[in-house]
Design a binder for this molecule. Structure first.
Ligand code: OXD
Ligand code: MN
Length: 582
């Protein structure tokens, strides 16, 4: 018996399913599962021609987003989970959460889903095995990962896999837990069937568990998109960018160049997760461990993300969108014409008052369907990064773009980034929180140590990527966005590559290096001088007000905060002339 078979047997003895099915990932297997889900009402087939091969799933109304307050790191020591994670003692988790798995699959089928994160055969890929009692999860994992026979072949009967046990349980938030055991590299999830809570390859493995593996093994698991930017003379740059959930990573990754005719092209490598490694050449190399997109649907339209619109025309699982009586999916931002007789995300006739689609409605679709994928997206070696971009959603304070002075300053900028919360997780929306590296909900260990790991990685890179910070979301006094965003964000990326190649200069400011705006590609934008100034403004007082907030945030890490972070904060404070004790 292989180690995977042994674990499956153990789990079956505990959860007592009626049947155990090992998934092979084939089309026939998927067709059968989809048909069963259509029969039992889990899925609805959408319009045969207009949405060929697409289905709609409505999740339980109390199960519509990641539940960060029910997500735990069960490290042996509480300190190792750190102040930004919920912690549970492993023995307590095994006992209390373990009880919820006893007999939970009685009357159900247990699916064993072997999967690979990363391109097949890549030395950087990793195998996971998810056990689940949800057919919907199986169908999603088939799209999001390389799943089934190919994964078992890669595992080859060995024990190098991350086990993940998932059951929808009774879907009650009172009995919902997403628990990570970083020392054992084990994941348990019960009580939710939704996205990051249930598709264990994504946030649970590829970020939380992978971040601890990366710390131990000298690499990085990050919440980043990766894109490829090609200039007319053939110069190619790979750029990774970290933004909090639902802040436009998918849109940026699939950006359509407004300068395509001039030979400036953008292609997609990944939209959510990047595994990064120092290469023998001293550069940082990136792989997208996923095989599909689990993207936010509302706001996706022909103007904001035409590539995503093409991608999700067929063979897409939609979750919690609205639908017309003849099966055309609809959501806010798709177009201005909601079809007559629209049924909302909860299956009720839409009353035109609330949202038709849930704000965190999602599409699950294979990357192979995306017209903008780069031929390099499955390169087993990954792609070398020229730049890393961090960004938040800030109505005020942060300018459109600035560059960090060097790697350590970049780590500080990323560690202190703030962003307004979105609908991707349950809880209040629009509240500014510190979200270091956009990893606040996804770092599987003490974030103080994580900052230290970032600093250490810098010492392994003789040619580190340049680090930038962007804010597409700054507003004017009437709360209108100052920057057009979407495809026009390319203009900011072009400034970055000009900086990297030494083609343009920059202005010193207390927070970092700012563009000389006349060196940016702004032709043709309806942006007045006054708007441009507002967009780029660095207000000393606003920034000085950030200093004590950052200090308080840093203080939460106590002795786990690297000294370099204090040095950076002190330097910022001095540059601002802030009368604040740091
Ligand atoms: C996601 C998220 O689903 O970050 O990617 O919430
Ligand atoms: Mn994400």
């Amino acid at each position: 018996m292989t180690p995977a078979e042994r674990w499956v047997e153990e789990v079956a003895a505990k959860t007592r399913p009626d049947r155990v099915v090992w998934c092979d990932g084939s089309q026939a297997e998927n067709d059968k599962l989809v048909e069963e889900m259509v029969q039992d009402g889990t899925l609805q087939r959408l319009h045969e021609k207009e949405a060929a091969g697409c289905t709609l799933h409505r999740s339980h109304p109390s199960d519509v987003a990641r539940t960060e307050h029910l997500t735990f790191i069960a490290s042996r020591e509480k300190e190792d989970a750190g102040p930004t994670n919920n912690w549970m003692a492993p023995a307590e988790a095994k006992e209390n959460v373990g009880k919820l798995f006893d007999g939970v699959m009685k009357g159900r089928t247990m699916y064993v889903v072997p999967y690979v994160m990363g391109p097949l055969g890549s030395p950087f890929s990793k195998v996971g095995v998810e056990i689940t009692d949800s057919k919907y999860v199986v169908a999603n994992m088939r799209i999001m990962t390389r799943m089934g026979k190919a994964a078992l072949d890669q595992l080859g009967g060995g024990d190098e896999f991350v086990p993940g046990l998932h059951s929808t349980g009774d879907l009650s938030p009172d009995r919902r837990f997403i628990v990570h055991y970083p020392e054992e590299r084990l994941i348990w999830s019960v009580g939710s069937g939704y996205g990051g809570n249930a598709l264990l390859g994504k946030k649970c493995f590829a970020l939380r568990i992978a971040s601890t593996m990366a710390r131990d093994q000298g690499w990085m698991a990050e919440h980043m998109l990766i894109l490829e930017l090609t200039l007319p003379d053939g110069e190619v740059h790979y750029i990774a960018a970290a933004f909090p959930s639902a802040c436009g990573k998918t849109n940026l990754a699939m950006l359509v160049s407004p300068f395509e005719k001039q030979g400036i092209q953008v292609r997609t490598i990944g939209d959510d997760i990047a595994w990064l490694r120092p290469g023998p050449d001293g550069r940082l190399w990136a792989v997208n461990p996923e095989a599909g997109f689990f993207g936010v649907v509302p706001g996706t339209g022909p103007d904001t993300n035409p590539n995503a619109m093409d991608t999700i025309r067929t063979n897409t699982i939609f979750t919690n969108v609205a639908v017309s009586p003849d099966g055309i999916p609809w959501w806010e931002g798709k177009d201005k014409h909601p079809p007559a007789g629209l049924i909302d995300w909860q299956g009720k006739p839409w009353d035109h008052k609330g949202k038709a689609a849930h704000p965190n409605a999602r599409f699950t679709v294979s990357a192979r369907q995306c017209p903008s994928m780069s031929p390099k997206w499955e390169d087993p070696q990954g792609v070398p990064l020229s730049a890393i971009v961090f960004g938040g959603r800030r109505a005020r304070v942060a300018p459109l773009v600035f560059q960090a002075r060097d790697w350590n300053h970049g780590v500080f900028v990323a560690a202190t980034m703030g962003s307004e919360t979105t609908a991707a997780a349950t809880g209040a929306v629009g509240v500014v929180r510190r979200d270091p590296m956009a990893m606040l909900p996804f770092c599987g260990y003490n974030m103080g140590d994580y900052f230290g790991h970032w600093l250490k990685m810098g010492t392994k890179l003789s040619k580190p990527p340049a680090i930038f910070h962007v804010n597409w979301f700054r507003t004017d006094h009437e709360d209108a966005f100052l920057w057009p965003g979407f495809g026009q964000n390319l203009r900011v990326l072009l400034w970055m590559v000009d900086r990297i190649q030494g083609r343009v200069g920059a202005k010193e400011s207390p927070i970092g290096l700012l563009p000389e705006t006349d060196e940016m590609h702004l032709d043709g934008l309806a942006l007045s001088q006054h708007q441009l100034e507002m967009l780029m403004a660095v207000d000393r007082e606003e920034w000085a007000a950030e200093v004590p907030e950052i200090r308080a945030f840093f203080d939460r890490f106590g002795s786990r905060l690297p000294q370099e972070m204090n040095v950076q904060l002190e330097a910022l404070s001095k540059r601002l002339g802030a009368a604040v004790a740091v």
